[in-house]
Design a protein around this ligand. Structure first.
Ligand SMILES: [Zn+2]
Length: 455
């Protein structure tokens, strides 16, 4: 350590990382104990789930919880090690060598940054891979959620990595350019640029990026489609297209969402949300007798998904998010936050002790400064921000439920929530502190109680 400031930054960062880790661990252990100890189905849940589903959900969530605790411990150790051995310096130098070996002559901060980011991302992807494999093929598999083959998984990960780099690397190059030529108020330009970039991503993401990973098929004409169109029209939702995504290739967790700007809204339903949905390929093969027999063998009670009335109730909830401007409100919060981040970065980015604390004593690369501010300096603030956003999100969920209730869909939303919770093996018992900190959706019983209210 060469200066007092450097010393304070270094130990400040390490202390906060440790406090945050211990806090999360404490919460995780509290919640884990619930999974271990709440073995009997509580009486107020008897109408909602069977003892078998309850047990399945408990074991599934217990496994998930053990997995997360191990993964978080690993991530914490890696982060500490990276700081301890001046890992950013190592990757920065290696990034420079990579750029040079690819023919970059002289020193270019942009090319070195691209090399650095590429190596960092590769490193992160590789060290997380064993966890990802274990999660998909052991944890999810054991509980019947995994639908991926090894081939699909590998292809998916490679695609994910390439798409990530294709977005991130030009973004970094642009950021460096803006910081270097922007003058005193560069952070304002940076913010405007980031805003435009995120709107651009929101525009291209659903149409060009999501289809790279999953198949989106328009919902075929029929009574469900007609009823959805009527529902959308009744609340003046500008429904442009209606898709079903074959999420069941990936996993069995079911959902629905909408996206798009202005008059071009699309609604996407997961095939797992729809009880009787069959993909085109399944329709073809089910013509053979053997498959039909298999279908008939499947008992009604074993089927996952919701019937049409329930799907419409779920959409009533989603339309509530739209009508009440929840997406825009969240987006505005994010942009205000981003401005704050860039402002602080603008104030700190020439502050040499901040770089020195991470081993950079002779140079102050833009990307390193941004990384330190975003990942470390801001982490106490981010913890509070996340907590506030979780509160806001829970509030929005209640509002959207109420919207669906006002559409007269309380009864079906009620049964849909119960079914979705069953299909996803959500566990209805929780530690209050853990739930307050982590759950962006209110627990099932609270939502049902709010739906049952009449006012
Ligand atoms: Zn919602």
């Amino acid at each position: 350590m060469q200066s007092k400031e450097e010393f304070y930054i270094y130990y400040g960062v390490i202390s906060f990382l440790s406090i945050e880790y211990l806090w999360e661990l404490y919460l995780a252990i509290r919640q884990h104990r619930v999974y271990e100890e709440a073995t009997e189905l509580p009486t107020d849940l008897e109408d909602i789930m069977t003892p078998e589903t309850y047990k399945k959900a408990r074991v599934y969530n217990r496994d998930q919880s053990s997995f997360r605790i191990m993964k978080d411990l690993f991530a914490f150790i890696v982060t500490c090690l990276v700081i301890y051995v001046d890992g950013f310096v190592i990757f920065w130098k290696a990034g420079g060598q990579l750029a040079a070996s690819l023919g970059s002559t002289g020193h270019s901060e942009t090319l070195q940054t691209i090399g650095f980011a590429l190596l960092m991302n590769l490193f992160n992807t590789l060290i997380n891979m064993p966890f990802s494999v274990y999660h998909t093929f052991v944890v999810e598999e054991r509980h019947g959620f995994n639908k991926q083959t090894a081939g699909f998984f590998i292809k998916d990960k490679i695609k994910e990595f390439l798409v990530g780099q294709a977005i991130m690397l030009p973004l970094f190059a642009a950021i460096i350019w803006i910081v270097r030529i922007g003058g005193t108020y560069f952070f304002i330009y940076l913010w405007v640029f980031a805003m435009m970039f995120s709107l651009f991503l929101l525009t291209i993401y659903p149409n060009y990026i999501m289809p790279l990973f999953d198949r989106y098929t328009p919902l075929s004409p029929g009574s469900l489609r007609t009823r959805i169109e009527e529902l959308a029209a009744s609340v003046k939702f500008p429904l442009y297209k209606l898709y079903v995504v074959e999420g069941s290739k990936r996993s069995n967790h079911s959902n629905a969402f909408f996206y798009g700007f202005f008059k071009n809204k699309r609604i996407v339903l997961f095939d797992t949300l729809l009880k009787d949905y069959k993909s085109e390929s399944e329709k073809d093969t089910s013509k053979t007798e053997k498959n039909e027999e298999k279908e008939n063998e499947k008992k009604e009670s074993e089927k996952v998904g919701c019937d049409d009335d329930e799907v419409l109730a779920v959409l009533g909830h989603e339309l509530g998010h739209w009508k009440l401007n929840h997406v825009i409100k969240t987006l505005v919060c994010m942009q205000v936050n981003l401005f704050l981040v860039f402002l602080v970065f603008g104030l700190l980015f020439q502050f040499k002790p901040m770089y020195a604390a991470f081993g950079f004593r002779n140079e102050q690369p833009v990307i390193i400064g941004l990384l330190i501010v975003l990942q470390f300096i801001f982490s106490p603030y981010h913890a509070i921000l996340n907590f506030s956003m979780t509160i806001l999100s829970r509030h929005h969920e209640f509002q959207a439920d109420k919207f669906a209730r006002d559409l007269g869909k309380a009864k079906y939303l009620r049964s849909a929530l119960i079914k979705l919770s069953r299909d996803n093996l959500s566990f209805p018992v929780y530690d209050w502190l853990y739930s307050r900190w982590h759950y962006s959706h209110p627990p099932l019983l609270e939502r049902l109680a709010a739906l049952d209210k009449t006012d």
